[in-house]
Design a protein around this ligand. Structure first.
Ligand code: URA
Ligand code: SF4
Length: 192
């Protein structure tokens, strides 16, 4: 796919039927946040609330995500962009299939090329496997930094996984502090 500008990319994505998830979705969930953010967060795929609203992370996990981000002065309205691996909801919230991720990844790549983020934060193992490395172990490697072509990448536990197991909260808090420190080091606008 040729690289598109933001408006053209969003319009193309909103009418996409490249995989079978198009048949069951209510809304395509393109992404949210300032289009000049220096930090890109990547989730897995829309859930029920996101599918109904057309915005990422707006259910219970989304509320927790917003609270976590606020602790380190990050905000989808101000300084982070949030997208997903697949833009349409997988039925019953199953993991997106590799074929669906393959069909959709071009949109995320185009978003990343337009944004040129300094920091990429994968939310959960599905995006970390695809974005950071194919043998990523979330329990062992969350909060660690992986650098590629000047872009700093890390993963957090998925907010839904934190809701299921609150013991992951203190570790996630430490990981958020590391992201804040890295942003202060490599970002120009995030905290200014
Ligand atoms: N979980 C995700 O991975 N993404 C969303 O947008 C919502 C829940
Ligand atoms: Fe298109 Fe992605 Fe939706 Fe599949 S999930 S229909 S590739 S936008």
């Amino acid at each position: 796919m040729a690289m598109l500008g933001w408006e053209e990319l969003e319009q193309t994505c909103l009418s996409c039927r490249k995989c079978a998830l198009a048949d069951t979705r209510h809304n395509v969930v393109f992404g949210v946040g300032p289009r000049d953010a220096e930090i890109l967060l990547i989730g897995e795929g829309p859930g029920e609330n996101e599918d109904l609203k057309g915005e990422p992370f707006v259910g219970r996990a989304g509320k927790l995500l917003d609270e976590m981000l606020a602790v380190v002065d990050l905000d989808r309205k101000k300084n982070v962009y949030i997208a997903n691996m697949v833009k349409c909801r997988p039925p019953q919230n199953r993991d997106p299939l590799n074929t669906e991720q393959d069909a959709c990844i071009g949109y995320l790549r185009n978003q990343t090329a337009l944004l040129r983020p300094k920091i990429i934060v994968c939310l959960g193992r599905v995006s970390a496997l695809r974005i950071i490395k194919p043998d990523f172990k979330i329990t062992k490697e969350h909060g660690q930094w992986f650098e590629s072509a000047g872009v700093w990448m890390t993963a957090l536990y998925h907010p839904a996984a934190i809701l299921r197991d609150p013991r992951r909260r203190p570790e996630t808090f430490e990981d958020l502090k590391k992201i804040q420190a890295k942003a202060k080091e490599v970002c120009l606008r995030t905290y200014s």
